[in-house]
Design a protein around this ligand. Structure first.
Ligand SMILES: [Zn+2]
Length: 359
């Protein structure tokens, strides 16, 4: 976000508007729903537990600017072609806006841009982050990164999985175009008759782009605020002391402080909704509860990040879920270290355990 003032006071003072969903049924495959004048909503399938990503098409002269892409597989390419041959027949894509570098949002960017000869618009960090992984997919397998996970108590199998995630990413992303148009927070972007404020937020993905049309009070929120699920916020080995959850909560407060509570939110997953401030307050409370759980557990005994995973995720996890749960737990731990509630102590074997900070 371009505006960053602490908003706890504003949050508390705002009368809560409940979360409501103006549309209760999402578009089916090949279908398009107009969610606001000149803004179309479609869905693409994902082969994950979260089984879809929303894409939006914004009227832009004689065509539509597309927002996000789905992952790079045949099914998604066919879905795009079906949309253009079906509900979008006679219209062209004018440009592609990508909100962040996760595969479900950027996966087909290279293909769409070359197939339809359109420019890519995204944040500098989104562009570089995608290229960084794509050009060096084995980097996460470096010994130093494995050692980081092992030092925080991660088991061998999960450490192996996390270390090869770059290759997994590569299978879901087509190579990006060589050039892009940089979207910068604080600037404006004109699309057709609408003028959007460009916002960016960190925590879920660095410099994730959101677009806000102030005259319509309409926010394309990407994954920063979702109605029911909380977006993944993770510490990665490349930035071991990073505080993505601190960045994320700061971004949420800035959104609540600067956007009205009757903003219509068009998110990257699930249904469009009203109740932005209520949802932000819920997400902030959710993360505070998790921080409290960690502090109570560490009050009993010193614990590694791995020891803390079942405190936050009591159910049985497969290695894939474990890698996300681990990194998400780590994000809470690093927030508590930044707040000086926890400190890290290393034993003779190099294992890091968390203890309460002495006051
Ligand atoms: Zn994402």
């Amino acid at each position: 976000m371009s505006i960053s003032r602490p908003a706890s006071a504003e949050l508390a003072a705002t009368p809560a508007r409940p979360i409501t969903f103006p549309l209760d049924t999402p578009p089916t495959s090949g279908e398009i729903i107009e969610v606001a004048p000149g803004i179309l909503w479609a869905r693409l399938a994902l082969p994950f537990r979260l089984n879809h990503v929303n894409i939006f098409l914004i009227e832009d002269g004689d065509g539509y600017a597309a927002v996000d892409t789905g992952i790079a597989d045949e099914r998604t390419k066919e879905a795009w072609q079906a949309l253009l041959a079906g509900p979008l027949k006679g219209k062209r894509l004018t440009r592609l806006i990508v909100t962040h570098h996760h595969p479900d949002h950027i996966g087909l960017a290279g293909w769409l841009c070359s197939q339809f000869d359109i420019p890519l618009l995204t944040s500098q960090t989104g562009f570089l982050a995608c290229n960084n992984i794509s050009l060096s997919p084995n980097a996460l397998g470096a010994d130093a990164f494995r050692a980081f996970y092992r030092a925080h108590g991660m088991d061998q199998q999960t450490a192996e999985m996390v270390s090869t995630q770059g290759n997994y990413y590569l299978r879901m992303v087509t190579p990006l175009p060589l050039t892009f148009f940089r979207l910068v927070a604080g600037e404006k972007l004109k699309i057709g008759a609408r003028v959007f404020d460009i916002l960016s937020g960190d925590g879920h993905a660095p410099e994730q782009i959101m677009l806000y049309d102030a005259s319509a009070k309409l926010l394309l929120a990407a994954d920063q605020v979702l109605a029911r699920i909380t977006p993944n916020v993770s510490v990665w080995a490349v930035e071991p002391d990073g505080d993505p959850l601190g960045l994320y909560t700061r971004s949420l407060r800035a959104i609540a402080a600067s956007l009205p509570e009757d903003t219509y939110v068009l998110p990257g997953h699930e249904l469009p909704f009203y109740g932005l401030h209520t949802r932000i307050a819920e997400i902030l409370a959710h993360h505070e509860e998790r921080c409290e759980l960690i502090l109570s557990a560490v009050r009993e005994r010193a614990m590694t990040v791995a020891d803390l995973v079942p405190v936050l995720f009591p159910r049985q996890l497969d290695p894939h879920q474990m890698s996300f749960a681990f990194s998400e737990t780590h994000a809470h731990v690093n927030l508590l270290i930044h707040r000086e509630n926890l400190v890290q102590e290393q034993d003779a074997d190099g294992i890091s355990r968390l203890v309460l900070a002495r006051r």
